[in-house]
Design a binder for this molecule. Structure first.
Ligand SMILES: *Cc1c(COP(=O)(O)O)cnc(C)c1O
Length: 393
């Protein structure tokens, strides 16, 4: 399958349509918990699934604003349907609880969002579900598949080393063995890579990151075929991790500039990665757009752009790395990524601080590891800023 480039026309207009009852050019924010009906007959028709109007009856079951944005997200993912959630974690956990049953096994790649991994490999044990966490390569995924495996789950590019998984190969494996292939594509966004085009069954996003894009909301997305989305949608309504209409509106507004933002972030990522790679105080840079990245070839084959996250190892210890970060001015110190404001952090502090050094180093969490999420600022300014901070180390 070929990579397909999503442009600004799609980001502004995809999926827009009949939900806008008004002449408003933007998606109206509908604040209503219950929705009323003309007559008992209308309500009965809705309950029996005979209603032509796709009207929600209660806010947890659906909301016109949220449904508009779900349609837009489905179009951008190349999916039949999409669901919006209160967070990326709500999307992933609701999905796992929906598709897995006692006795099932999940194969999941490492170098991934820690809470997703902990939920699948830890919490789900309570329900008799086991998980094997493997290095982020197709070979490791294949080797870990057993007779009870039900789901293959990966992020791509991964966090923080930005490995790029052969999703086409993974989806083929999934199909051959009758398994669900699920991809957390938060780092790629539909602009740089669309997992469903390459055969994945479902795609998850933390919309908090690039999709929202302004560091001002928390939301999650799941997209795929109608038949796979339907049971998850039922569980979402039961568990209640829904996205509220205000957040959905903010997300919708953010999505309209997604292609513009990501194009700039791709440019910033490449330029900053090249600058860092040539700097004497930096010992190693991880960015899929660099020829030195172990997955550069597959990234070039699959992706339309390499993204705005750059990870590097400083030539120095924890204190030197902290000094570097504290001297950086434009990227703010903080977790998260994908927004218009650049952010920088020592990856080891968030999530791995209480893991003994020897153990966290085995997971690649080194004291001198820096994750830089580039925003849309002018790249000359970011590079000058990084340069002055590196000089102070
Ligand atoms: C942030 C993130 C999540 C979790 O999403 P929330 O919106 O914070 O719940 C999951 N996966 C990846 C890759 C992330 O970056």
């Amino acid at each position: 399958m070929a990579k397909r480039k999503i442009g600004s026309t799609e980001c502004v207009h995809a999926g827009a349509g009949p939900c806008e009852d008004s002449s408003s050019i933007t998606t109206p924010i509908v604040h209503s918990a219950p929705f009323t009906f003309e007559s008992t007959k209308d309500l009965v028709e809705l309950v029996e699934g005979r209603s032509v109007r796709r009207q929600p009856e209660y806010g947890r079951m659906g909301n016109p604003t949220v449904m508009c944005v779900e349609r837009r997200l489905a179009a951008l993912a190349g999916a039949e349907n999409a669901l919006l959630f209160a967070s990326g974690m709500a999307a992933a956990t609701t999905l796992f609880l929906s598709v897995l049953k006692s006795g099932d096994h999940i194969v999941m790649t490492s170098d991934s969002y820690q809470r997703t991994r902990d939920f699948a490999a830890g919490f789900m044990k309570k329900f008799g579900v086991t998980a094997t966490v493997v290095p982020p390569t197709l070979e490791s995924i294949e080797q870990a598949i057993g007779p009870t495996t039900r789901v293959l789950f990966t992020e791509t590019p991964t966090n923080p080393y930005l490995y790029v998984i052969d999703i086409e190969g993974m989806a083929r494996l999934g199909r051959e063995r009758g398994l669900l292939t699920v991809v957390d594509s938060t780092f790629a966004t539909p602009v740089n890579f669309r997992p469903l085009d390459f055969g994945a069954d479902l795609v998850v996003h933390s919309a908090t990151k690039y999709l929202g894009g302004h560091n001002d909301l928390i939301a999650g997305v799941l997209a795929g075929s109608a038949s796979l989305i339907e049971p998850v949608s039922e569980l979402l309504v039961t568990l209640g991790g829904i996205c509220d209409p205000n957040t959905a509106f903010l997300l919708d507004r953010g999505i309209k500039t997604l292609a513009l933002r990501v194009a700039k972030q791709n440019v910033n990522g490449q330029a900053v990665a090249e600058f860092l790679e040539s700097h004497s105080k930096v010992s190693k840079v991880f960015y899929p757009g660099l020829e030195s990245h172990p997955h550069h070839a597959i990234a070039k084959e699959l992706m339309s752009g390499f993204g705005g996250v750059v990870t590097f190892l400083l030539n120095g210890d924890f204190e030197k790395t902290a000094r570097l970060i504290d001297n950086i001015k434009i990227p703010k110190l903080g977790p998260s990524l994908g927004g218009v404001e650049s952010l920088v952090e020592q990856a080891v502090i968030m999530g791995y601080w209480d893991v003994p050094r020897k153990e966290r180093e085995k997971m690649g969490m080194y004291d001198n590891l820096v994750r830089l999420s580039l925003g849309i600022e002018d790249v000359e300014d970011i590079i000058a800023d990084l340069d002055q901070a590196l000089h102070k180390v």
